[in-house]
Design a protein around this ligand. Structure first.
Ligand SMILES: [Zn+2]
Length: 263
């Protein structure tokens, strides 16, 4: 029996048991698709900090160890396609957290990572949130939904209505940790009123602009990724942002969440 073993290999994870058709390709069964990548949610847990999701009403942060997933939207193949871009984005977030430690707040920092990949990551997350259930924080992309889907799956160039700015939120200069994550939350660009979403993932706040109008003269102007080759970001003090303030307040007000937290 030397050197003999049996490898059990299968293309079908145990999770792939749902009989709903894939929203993207129509395949006959769907799997457990994470709306935000599981790795992003787990990074928060590693540091034993606050793990939070937020629903569409912006009031309710809730703790979750594996993040929110929807079993009724995507098949294995389509989830895997999005997972490739998401994996690259996760690596980029790690690099941003590390590199930020060498820079002061507000500095414009570039990373040797693709700007296009980060925009496709945004498309992936927004598309999934546009097809999920209301209780998971569904957003409405309207006429942008189909081009967003194509961008997410790499079926088109990144559309010119899609833009993103990356802000590394940290507690101090040497901080490389992640204190929370947040599902897409609708917002507006200062000045133009253009449609935006805030997504907090991997310790990086993404302002994702979904609007045909030209970008305004806002504080985010120097950070927009569309048209760039490499990604750029700026570090900022997390305490100035609602992504830190809301869960902090929640800890004090919500006994259930306080109990959940390790210390
Ligand atoms: Zn599919």
């Amino acid at each position: 029996m030397k050197g003999r073993f049996i490898a059990l290999m299968t293309d079908i994870p145990l999770e792939a048991t749902n009989a709903m058709p894939c929203v993207n390709c129509g395949a006959s069964s769907t799997m457990r698709a994470h709306l935000l990548p599981k790795a992003i949610c787990q990074e928060v847990m590693v540091d034993k900090k606050i793990a939070t999701g937020v629903t569409e009403n912006d009031k309710k942060f809730f703790p979750s160890q594996s993040g929110t997933f929807d079993t009724d939207i995507l098949c294995i193949k389509c989830d895997g396609t999005l997972g490739m871009v998401e994996g690259e984005a996760i690596e980029t977030f790690r690099e941003i957290r590390k590199k930020a430690t060498a820079y002061a707040d507000g500095a414009l920092v570039d990373v040797e990572r693709s700007a296009e990949t980060m925009l496709r990551f945004c498309a992936s997350i927004l598309y999934k949130y546009s097809i999920t259930k209301k209780e998971y924080g569904r957003i409405s992309l309207g006429r942008y939904q189909e081009p967003m889907r194509r961008a997410a799956f790499g079926e088109s160039d990144v559309p010119d209505f899609l833009n993103a700015a990356l802000l590394r939120l940290r507690l101090n200069r040497t901080d490389e940790s992640v204190f929370a994550y947040r599902a897409p939350k609708a917002d507006r660009e200062q000045g133009t009123g253009a449609n935006m979403y805030r997504i907090f993932a991997g310790g990086v706040l993404l302002f994702v602009r979904v609007d045909q109008r030209a970008v305004g003269d806002s504080a985010l102007k120097k950070l927009w990724l569309y048209g760039r080759e490499k990604a750029v970001f700026s570090p900022f003090d997390a305490r100035k942002f609602e992504e830190f303030k809301i869960p902090q307040r929640q800890i004090h007000e919500d006994e259930g969440l306080a109990k959940f937290l390790p210390d």
